[in-house]
Write a protein that binds this ligand. Structure first.
Ligand SMILES: [Zn+2]
Length: 371
């Protein structure tokens, strides 16, 4: 299967954002769903015609947000989903809440992070800059991929900067004909921003983590913030997301020869395979003594806290595997690094891929600790 230009969306977080909307320990599921749906509908109706141009294609965040099937999914409320729920509730309750504006901003910021080339910083105040440089150097040496990989940070502040916002609108908003018009629109939007405590400051606008086959990786500040809020240590949060995304580049590079996935019948299962392998390889790198050298407790903490959102999205194409499967994939990757510890060598991507194939069938049967 040749992937020419594929986005891989790696964000369990926003996938789970909807699950937390639909899940509450206090309220019955259906009642809670209704409240949210009505709120969204009423707010949308109040606004009438839209000032914002819609994205040409719906993207996963919005597909998921408004997929009633997913809204009806049953799931368990966790600390992580509570944090994401808080972000979303803040947005819904914002004095200038406008669904179109939220979609418009998310779309602009995602496109900007996708197409931007140039100087970067990571974390709201560049607090991940040094770690990013170190980890990227390590990962480059560790996997030795052919493609040059580059990492774009994604920041909510970009949507509050007149020049950047004008750039985004000029580049990606088809309703605007020239830079003057883009500038005018950006000025109007900054007025709205001023009236809002959440727009665009809410972490929701920088929740992306994805990779593209051209070597691009994107990590949003909002995603990192949410992981840190749930209790993941900063360095682990950044390293885990980066090394997971990095492995998708190995998958792109070996797409012609790694054929196992071609035999998997459904898109959902293909996706689960890719994601669990990325968790496996990320844990291998994170544990390896020539990698990030984290011990199992810290790796386990990341996987337990960040993806323990219940198995609410098993029908979604973006399904990453159940929390248990993800944890088991990470455990297997860790074990592989641990075996190599005494020998000290680094397995090639091909060898790691083969090692994953050895455990995959067992892993997807896991509903408890089973490897
Ligand atoms: Zn992924």
């Amino acid at each position: 299967m040749k992937k020419t230009d594929v986005n891989i969306w790696c964000l369990g977080a926003l996938l789970s954002a909807i699950t937390m909307i639909s899940c509450s320990t206090e309220e019955p599921l259906s009642q809670n769903n209704e409240v949210v749906s009505q709120t969204l509908e009423n707010k949308a109706i109040q606004k009438g015609h839209s000032f914002y141009s819609k994205p040409e294609q719906p993207y996963i965040v919005n597909e998921i947000l408004f997929d009633k099937l997913l809204l009806d999914a049953s799931c368990e409320r966790t600390e992580f989903s509570r944090i994401l729920s808080g972000y979303f509730e803040d947005l819904i309750n914002d004095p200038v809440f406008d669904l179109d504006l939220i979609i418009y901003y998310s779309d602009l910021n995602r496109k900007y992070a996708t197409h931007y080339r140039g100087e970067n910083y990571y974390g709201k105040n560049g607090e991940f800059n040094q770690l990013a440089e170190k980890r990227m150097r390590e990962l480059t040496r560790f996997w030795q991929l052919e493609k040059e990989i580059y990492l774009n940070g994604q920041h909510t502040e970009s949507l509050d900067d007149l020049e950047l916002l004008t750039d985004m609108i000029e580049s990606f908003d088809r309703s605007v004909r020239n830079r003057d018009e883009a500038h005018e629109k950006a000025m109007a939007l900054l007025e709205l921003n001023l009236a809002s405590p959440n727009i665009p400051e809410n972490p929701y606008f920088a929740m992306d983590a994805f990779t593209r086959s051209n070597g691009l990786l994107v990590i949003g500040d909002g995603l990192l913030q949410s992981l840190i809020e749930v209790g993941v240590e900063e360095g682990i949060a950044f390293t885990a997301v980066l090394s997971h995304e990095w492995w998708h580049q190995a998958q792109f590079e070996n797409d012609d020869t790694w054929d196992y996935i071609d035999e998997i019948p459904s898109k959902t299962e293909k996706n689960r395979f890719s994601e669990l392998e990325a968790d496996f390889a990320a844990a291998y790198f994170m544990a390896h003594k020539r990698g990030a050298t984290y011990n199992w407790k810290r790796i386990e903490q990341y996987f337990t806290l960040s993806f323990n959102v219940g198995d609410c999205l098993s029908e979604s194409d973006q399904h990453h595997g159940t929390p248990v499967q993800r944890l088991m994939a990470a455990q297997s990757g860790y074990d592989l690094a641990d075996e190599a510890r005494k020998k000290g060598f680094v397995l090639s991507p091909e060898e790691v891929h083969q090692a994953f194939l050895d455990v995959y069938e067992t892993l997807i049967q896991c509903s408890g600790k089973c490897i």
